[in-house]
Design a protein around this ligand. Structure first.
Ligand code: TPP
Ligand code: DXP
Ligand code: MG
Length: 625
């Protein structure tokens, strides 16, 4: 694209420069910004539809508010590319989500404009309220603005924050960015309520009553009058948000700078909790994304003129697809099965299941805690819930896992997708901790399949148990071991010996997909290799046999070393009074940023060469000692 296309945008290196522009120039800037987002995401991949929906809102916020002194807290943060471009990171967009490059989400370390690190949803109102009340504590006049989507708004955390925020005299503005979409179409009563707010019904009713809530751009005096009326309980009907104690304004067109800018300017001078409802379109301004915002939620690279195209040769089956097929097959066999997703139908491979078994499919919204307890309730009644959840998002529901499922020993299957490093989404989305945080819970089991075939088999084994079981598998495809058609499981809690060394020096105990690089490394080292399959229960018989026969035990997992499967091995050896050198390989005690997943694994020494090198270092240290 010629530089002319961005003649205004390329003069904007920080929002201060935007504040000198006329309204007409801001409109030009927004058009250039939209083109720049499409152009750069098409080259790097990343989140697209949500960013196209926030172009004008971003321009309006940075031009009206005194950022970064005033704090904008973006929810999830997958819609912050326009914000990044306008806050000095335009030229670095080419590095987005790559190793050493810009993060796909706000990061405090990346820019002073990124006021709060995010990527998991529904945290913005809490964080912004914290900032607003901190400002009050410190006697500072700054504003805190939370920008939250209608999808993110469905989470309990958002309501906890509204409940708290509505009773404080804080300079808090919550902007609901309502595009009537989550990643997939939104679900639940809140969505219905927002649709009702949007329908003429509410407005007509309010207009009849002579109230001023309907004005597209409410002038300051009217807003002040409304606040007073609200305080006196005169404004009827109140929106839910008013009942929470917020001054509700809107809905206004989130793509119209002539509405957005004056409205925000008015709100800026109001005190106390404000709630602005803006209506946007996911994918706005790029026809293909408008038509299919789901496909363009997080596309890979594409030609903007052509859009996304199907790969000529079908790519390898992903673990997610293996899960999706297993779910359908098991549902066909067992009428009791229900599938539960907290708003991740596509990502968790449940589109087909939803189509074929609509009455047994539950998208509960972005509500991981609820998803787990809801599954517990179903299990109490003899229904067989399978909760498909990204490892990273299960973190949200830890108490529910312990208190509502494990403590009552309820047979729920947790299909933990995105276990291990996920690549471009980075540290926020890495499934690094699940083995450690699950295995310490009584009654819980944790399966770590090594490939596609085992994933299907271990899902069946998990489903057959009378207690809760997690099955963890990574993002993307594995080595390509085709799953069997049958729904046969594997023995519960049992591993297998995959390679027996002649020298009996080293035994590698692999938990999960790192089995395959372990087998490669073992060829060079002449090591024995066990495919452990279960982090809990541990196959102690196999472990003790290998420990008795070998000089060094090496544990290997794509998860944190601290408390992980290697720790389980150490604990078991100690419990049996076996003293044996153990080398634990896995993820270190640090957050691992975004980048190509294979490269990230190699950097952690978790590819075949890295595994071999670490073992050789340990062996030579042992010789020297
Ligand atoms: C706790 C948590 N659960 C699930 C997700 C996955 N996720 C990312 S964006 C998104 C949809 C958000 O919808 P909305 O807030 O309306 O934003 P939009 O994409 O429509 O702009 C979901 C489910 C997440 N980031 N965090
Ligand atoms: C922002 C968010 O949480 C999701 O959009 C996430 O980026 C999806 O990741 P996958 O591509 O692994 O489904
Ligand atoms: Mg939305």
């Amino acid at each position: 694209m010629s530089t002319n296309t961005y003649s205004l945008l390329q003069t904007i290196d920080d929002p201060e420069a935007m504040r000198r522009l006329s309204r007409a120039q801001l409109k030009t800037l927004a058009a250039e910004l939209r083109a720049y987002v499409i152009d750069s995401v098409s080259k790097t991949g990343g989140h697209l539809s949500s960013n196209l929906g926030t172009v004008e809102l971003t321009v309006a916020l940075h031009s009206v508010f005194n950022t970064p002194y005033d704090r904008i807290v973006w929810d999830v943060g997958h819609q912050t590319y326009p914000h990044k471009i306008l806050t000095g990171r335009r030229e670095r967009m080419a590095t987005l989500r790559q190793l050493g490059g810009l993060s796909g989400f706000p990061q405090r370390a990346e820019s002073e404009y990124d006021t709060f690190g995010t990527a998991h949803s529904s945290t913005s109102i809490s964080a912004a309220l914290g900032m607003a009340l901190a400002a009050k504590q410190k006697g500072e006049d700054r504003r805190a603005i939370a920008v939250i989507g209608d999808g993110a708004m469905t989470a309990g955390m958002a309501f906890e924050a509204l409940n708290n925020g509505g009773v404080h005299d804080a300079n808090l503005l919550v902007i609901l960015n309502d595009n009537d979409m989550s990643i997939s179409p939104p679900v639940g009563a809140l969505n219905r309520y927002l649709a009702q707010l949007m329908s003429g019904h509410f407005y007509a009713k309010a207009r009849d009553m002579g109230k001023s809530v309907l004005r597209q751009v409410p002038p300051l005096l009217e807003l002040a009058k409304r606040l007073e009326q609200q305080a006196k309980g005169m404004v009827v009907p109140a929106t839910m948000f008013e009942q929470f104690g917020f001054n509700y304004i809107g809905p206004i067109d989130g793509h119209d700078l002539d509405s957005l800018i004056p409205t925000l300017e008015n709100i800026k001078s109001l005190k106390g909790p404000q709630f602005l409802h803006v209506v946007t379109k996911k994918g706005q301004g790029y026809k293909l994304a408008e038509a299919d915002p789901v496909a363009y939620h997080g596309p890979g690279k594409f030609d903007p003129a052509v859009g996304l195209v199907k790969a000529a040769t079908p790519p390898k089956q992903t673990f997610t697809q293996v899960f999706g097929h297993w779910l359908c097959d098991m549902a066909a066999k067992d009428q009791r099965l229900v599938g539960i997703t907290p708003a991740m139908r596509e990502g968790s491979g449940m589109v087909e299941f939803h189509k074929r078994f609509p009455g047994r499919y539950y998208d509960v919204g972005i509500a991981e805690q609820h998803a787990v307890t809801f599954a517990g309730g179903m299990a109490c009644e003899g229904v067989k819930p399978v909760v498909a959840i990204y490892s990273t998002f299960l973190q949200r529901a830890y108490d529910q896992l312990i208190h509502d499922v494990a403590l009552q020993n309820l047979p729920v299957v947790f299909a933990l997708d995105r276990a291990g490093l996920v690549g471009a989404d980075g540290a926020t989305h890495a499934g690094a901790y699940d083995i450690a945080f699950v295995r310490c819970i009584p009654n819980m089991s944790m399966a770590c399949p090594a490939d596609e075939r085992e994933t299907r088999q271990l899902l069946t084994t998990a489903y057959e148990q009378e207690h809760p079981v997690c099955v963890r598998y990574p993002r993307g495809a594995g080595v390509g071991v085709a799953p069997l058609e049958s729904l046969e499981g594997l023995p519960f809690g049992k591993g297998e010996l995959r390679r027996e060394s002649a020298s009996k020096k080293v035994a590698i105990l692999a938990f999960g997909t790192l089995l395959y690089p372990a087998l490669q490394a073992a060829e060079a080292l002449d090591a024995s290799v066990a495919n452990m399959r279960w982090a809990k229960p541990l196959d102690e018989a196999l472990l003790l046999k290998l420990a008795a026969e070998h000089e060094l035990i090496v544990t290997l997992e794509e998860g944190c070393i601290m408390g992980g499967a290697g720790s389980a091995v150490m604990e078991a050896l100690a419990a049996h009074g076996v003293v044996k050198p153990v080398l634990q390989l896995g993820l270190p005690d640090e957050f691992i940023e975004h980048g190509d997943p294979a490269r990230l694994l190699a950097l952690q020494g978790l590819d075949a060469a890295g595994i071999e090198a670490s073992i050789r270092v340990r062996l030579s240290a042992a010789v020297q000692a």
